[in-house]
Design a protein around this ligand. Structure first.
Ligand code: PBG
Length: 338
């Protein structure tokens, strides 16, 4: 038998050489995911000994504060730097103005204080927005037509942020998309000597249908009904506007900026990182988590592979950190496989 010699020109460049072996693939790899990149979002609710499943988010629960301590301990052990808190508030505590958001004895401030007492080395982040607290499910105060009013909302957000700072939170994350809220919150924090409380601004936050499962988890979906958040969250069609939003938040004093959602908005992550070089975060939101989980549960996708690939894509796009419901699973996977 004669040796098979293909009748082709040998290519000058062979990118496949660097892909041939695991050692060269590792050597030329451009991005990596680390546990240091993770912020783990958790849902909390009143009670004792409660761990309630969120149906649309397999593996995600609403924890009572005592039960959350075990989750916090796991984060510390795995090296996850920050936990972010999202409350599910009882309907009787909701009102049109969302006043419970600024209650110093409310669920969030109490949980922050508990976490900082038990695990001082674990970073705690809290969301600033009124949607878990309003009877209509909007992120702010509305007029008779349901339009969210900017200044009255910012006034309550400032009280909410101050309450969180007084409870000892490390990072305050306004997710409301009101104009001027970062400057207003920075001012009230500084006036009250919380000069080190960091602000991570949800700067480019889009009016996305991928937040659906989150709204189930915090119980705002039913209140919101058919109304949407398009008058304050960004139009998914816009890219340049995202750059302007981020620029405004940086001018107003944001220490870190965020793009949200994640996977459908990787172009925005790259754009923001290149334009400003700020610590840039991305939120892999509830709907992104739900769709990967659902496909994996059906056996249509390989769970661990798509989880890690999706996280790596954020790093490749320029994100410095990722808010992800996969944080604990991914941290465990990395410990076992790297
Ligand atoms: C509150 C808030 C939302 C999310 C984070 N903070 C929901 C919304 O804006 O409607 C969504 C997070 C997720 O979907 O995982 N404003």
């Amino acid at each position: 038998m004669t040796k098979f010699i293909p009748d082709v020109h040998f290519p000058q460049s062979r990118p496949r050489r660097n892909r041939r072996d695991d050692f060269t693939r590792r050597l030329v790899r451009e991005s990596a995911v680390s546990v240091d990149d993770f912020i783990y979002p958790v849902f909390i609710r009143e009670g004792k000994n409660v761990r309630e499943a969120v149906d649309s988010m397999p593996g995600v629960y609403r924890y009572s504060p005592d039960q959350l301590l075990a989750v916090a301990e796991e984060c510390v052990k795995l090296g996850i730097p920050v936990l972010s808190l999202f409350p599910s508030i009882e309907p009787e505590k909701k009102c049109p103005q969302g006043l419970e958001a600024a209650n110093p004895d409310g669920l969030v401030p109490r949980t922050v204080a508990l976490l900082k007492k038990e695990f001082p080395e674990l970073g705690v982040l809290t969301d600033v927005a009124l949607d878990p607290y309003t009877s209509h499910g909007q992120d702010g105060i509305i007029d008779e037509n349901g339009y969210v009013l900017n200044e009255p909302t910012v006034a309550v957000l400032c009280k909410q942020a101050l309450t969180q700072a007084q409870a000892g939170v490390d990072i305050i994350a306004p997710s409301d998309m009101m104009d001027g809220r970062v400057a207003a919150i920075r001012n009230i924090l500084d006036e009250n000597h919380f000069i080190d409380a960091r602000i991570m601004a949800y700067s480019a936050k889009y009016a996305s249908a991928f937040y659906g499962p989150f709204r189930d988890a915090v119980g705002s979906a039913a209140n919101l009904g058919q109304s949407d958040k398009a008058s304050y969250q960004m139009d998914p069609a816009n890219r340049l506007e995202a750059v302007r939003e981020v620029a405004a938040d940086i001018r107003e004093g944001a220490d870190m900026v965020m793009v949200k959602p994640g996977m459908p908005y990787l172009d925005i992550v790259r754009e923001v990182k290149d334009a400003f070089g700020m610590p840039t975060f991305v939120y892999q939101v509830s709907g992104e988590y739900a769709m990967l989980k659902a496909a994996a549960q059906n056996g249509w996708l390989d769970h661990d592979k798509v989880m890690m690939e999706s996280l790596l894509a954020f790093k490749r796009a320029g994100a410095d950190g990722i808010l992800t419901y996969f944080a604990i699973e991914a941290a465990k996977w990395m410990q076992a496989n790297q």
